[in-house]
Design a binder for this molecule. Structure first.
Ligand code: PEP
Length: 256
């Protein structure tokens, strides 16, 4: 049986009050997500305490952050460490999202340091990779994704890589309504596993969960999650309403 990971990325949306409302709605839909797909939402930092509190009422529902610093503490004004996220009750952290790369200058080397630190604090990193439209048009997507994966993961042990989740997010499909075709997703996920095989061996590569992200919604989730190498979704817009996130969870459960 496949165990999908359905992860919401709220970006800079839903403050603490809206977070509480989201979970009130989610609670009317389910009291327990511990059996089927693993479910989590990654909220803004300020909404994490509200999310962790409210998620406790839904068995198995997890909470994650969208970023963190690679140092444990120190003079890094405005930053948050992995240990702090763990103390709050987070179990996942998104790292290297394309918006962090584009607007905040995050490089593969920085993202790699964050992955190591997250793992050291018992957080599961969701490492995002993906090409922009011009790179897809030039058929450079494999080179781009291989460089991102190797840039972030080369210094890691197979065990560390095995505890990392990869999210393939073609940048041209994020927030645009344009979605990768199921075949494009499958081809890239298979390619990602081949790069992971080079880095950590086939057993690890086969066990790592590779999520698809980019305009996943209830009406396209089934064909994307139906691909053999798609192990779940990283979902922005459609994760901010309890109803639409839950529909995707139900689709994943049906496919399990
Ligand atoms: C994302 O934020 O990672 C994402 C995939 O967004 P959307 O689903 O809105 O395209």
């Amino acid at each position: 049986m496949r165990r999908f990971l359905i992860a919401g990325n709220w970006k800079m949306n839903l403050g603490p009050a809206e977070t509480t409302t989201f979970f009130e709605e989610m609670k009317t839909l389910t009291a327990d997500v511990s059996d089927g797909a693993e479910v989590l939402v990654c909220t803004p930092f300020v909404s994490l305490p509200a999310a962790v509190d409210a998620a406790a009422a839904i068995a198995g529902f997890k909470v994650g952050a969208q970023n963190m610093h690679f140092e444990d503490n120190g003079a890094y004004t405005g930053e948050t460490s992995a240990a702090m996220l763990n103390e709050l009750g987070c179990s996942y952290v998104i790292l290297g999202h394309s918006e962090r790369r584009e607007y905040f200058g995050e490089t593969d080397a920085i993202v790699g340091k964050k992955v190591v630190r997250a793992l050291g604090a018992d957080l599961t990193p969701v490492l995002c990779v993906g090409e922009v439209l011009a790179q897809r048009k030039a058929n450079e997507q494999n080179d781009v994704v291989a460089t991102q994966l190797k840039g972030a993961l080369s210094g890691l042990t197979p065990d560390q890589i095995g505890r990392t989740v990869i999210a393939y997010e073609p940048v041209w499909a994020i927030g645009t309504g344009e979605v990768a075709s199921p075949q494009q997703a499958q081809d890239m996920h298979q390619f990602i596993r081949s790069v992971l095989t080079e880095l950590a061996g086939k057993d690890v590569a086969d066990s790592v969960r590779v999520l698809y992200g980019g305009s996943m919604k209830p009406d396209n989730a089934e064909e994307l999650l139906g691909q053999p190498d798609v192990d779940g979704g990283l979902i922005g817009g459609a994760s901010m309403k309890a109803g639409s996130l839950f529909k995707i969870v139900e689709i994943a459960n049906k496919l399990s």
